[in-house]
Design a binder for this molecule. Structure first.
Ligand SMILES: [Zn+2]
Length: 79
């Protein structure tokens, strides 16, 4: 029997990404699907109750911009 994969709740209408209910679940999915990449789990900038997985912008990863700057960068990104 297949190992149950952590389920995404829905696709975030703001980010267009799958949403997970916790950091733990999001990280687990990231590790299962993309074991060789450096995907991060991060809270949805629009709804902190949900988590997405993906590559953070480099300037966020390096701590150059704060959380407000990150939100701003996301809002400028083409959808
Ligand atoms: Zn989102």
């Amino acid at each position: 029997m297949r190992q149950p994969v952590a389920q995404a709740l829905h696709t975030c209408v703001v980010c267009g990404k799958l949403s997970y209910r916790s950091r733990k679940v999001a990280r687990k999915v990231a590790n299962q699907r993309h074991p060789d990449s450096r995907l991060s789990a991060y809270p949805c900038p629009e709804n902190g109750a949900y988590w997405h997985i993906g590559h953070l912008p480099a300037n966020v990863r390096h701590g150059v911009v704060d959380r407000a700057g990150y939100r701003d960068a996301l809002s400028r990104r083409p959808r």
